[in-house]
Ligand binder design. Structure first.
Ligand SMILES: Cc1cc2nc3c(=O)[nH]c(=O)nc-3n(C[C@H](O)[C@H](O)[C@H](O)COP(=O)(O)OP(=O)(O)OC[C@H]3O[C@@H](n4cnc5c(N)ncnc54)[C@H](O)[C@@H]3O)c2cc1C
Length: 306
């Protein structure tokens, strides 16, 4: 319940912040908007799943079934089903990860893209190297230290200041990790989808932490539930920090290579023996329907409409 309350608070803060930035009409909000979509879809799904779990069998029952038994018609399972689609459409979670990662490394690709492009000649790489050298000589030192290391920074946020210092420090650590991965994998980095996904998820948590702290401070100054908002923001930030630390650990300690080999095996059909004895509920029929319209398809559509 604490996860649900704290995350609901942060989620509202994220959506509000991204919407306000859009309304301001003076910011490039591609990353913030994409993070709001990604984080909103994923966390709302998790909250709804917890709701179903908390309501137990009643959570699994349809609203009609509850009403028929004389209980309040809470459509918890309907909520869960309806939220599930948000992880698929309007940019599925996997595609959002790729899109945000691409935006995040865009600045690097524009200065050092030729350097990591396997199709460039040595002379082109040398020129790109000189250009990139100048950029990184200025950029990299900025990643080493900042207000996040200064005790007392963001003091206006009172007990939340420590969380904002963490966000600032960790954003720089995230940029260093991304830079390190780029130098290590170069052009092959785009193939490291699991790695990129974790980078984006860390960024999303940090964005949500900042949004939650700013919203708590706003509510405090407007006098609307300030102390409760501060408590929720603090709980959310503590929970998010644990997730961030876990994701950082999994950047370099994971089963990605093992997983890749297993996936290759699955796609090559080496594990079909695992399916022995399993009843396939899908029956026969093509995996993807014929695109050409025909009478039988029209009939199918008619049948599904009430
Ligand atoms: C109820 C509903 C309403 C819809 N309404 C509309 C609508 O109004 N307008 C409209 O245009 N469309 C609509 N759609 C379609 C929707 O936009 C697509 O379902 C969605 O874009 C996902 O595409 P797909 O279904 O072809 O899945 P696929 O693209 O086949 O993806 C299948 C899975 O693979 C993953 N995947 C795909 N590519 C990659 C990749 N490169 N790397 C890693 N993972 C990947 C996806 O994330 C997903 O999990 C609707 C769909 C539904 C179910």
């Amino acid at each position: 319940i604490s996860f649900m309350a704290a995350t609901a608070f942060a989620l509202e803060a994220v959506v509000d912040l991204a919407s306000q930035m859009a309304d301001d009409n003076r910011n490039d909000i591609r990353i913030e908007a994409a993070l709001a979509k990604l984080y909103g879809s994923e966390t709302a799904w998790r909250i709804a799943d917890e709701l179903v779990q908390i309501r137990g069998g009643r959570g699994y029952e349809t609203a009609d079934s509850l009403a028929a038994r004389g209980e309040r018609a809470v459509p918890a399972e309907q909520l869960l089903r309806d939220l599930r689609i948000n992880r698929i459409f309007e940019g599925s979670t996997e595609i959002m990860h790729l899109l945000i990662a691409r935006e995040a490394v865009d600045a690097h690709l524009s200065v050092a893209g030729d350097l990591i492009d396997p199709d460039r000649t040595l002379a082109e790489k040398a020129r790109a190297g000189a250009r990139a050298g100048g950029f990184y000589a200025r950029w990299f030192p900025g990643l080493v230290t900042g207000p996040g290391q200064r005790p007392g920074a963001y003091g206006e946020f009172g007990p939340l200041a420590g969380h904002l210092r963490y966000v600032e420090r960790t954003s720089r650590k995230l940029a260093r990790s991304t830079f390190y991965a780029m130098s290590r994998w170069q052009g092959r980095m785009e193939l490291k989808q699991a790695f990129l996904g974790r980078i984006v998820d860390i960024g999303a948590e940090l964005f949500a932490m900042s949004a939650a702290c700013v919203r708590a401070e706003l509510l405090r100054t407007t006098g609307d539930h300030g102390p409760e908002a501060y408590r929720l923001a603090d709980a959310f930030c503590r929970q998010a920090r644990l997730r961030v630390e876990e994701l950082f650990g999994r950047l370099w300690s994971n089963t990605d290579e093992v997983d890749r080999r297993i996936v290759d095996g699955v796609l090559a059909g080496r594990y079909t023996w695992l399916e022995a004895g399993v009843v396939d509920p899908s029956g026969d029929g093509p995996w993807i329907a014929d695109a050409a319209p025909g009478p039988s398809r029209v009939e199918n559509v008619r049948r599904t409409l009430p």
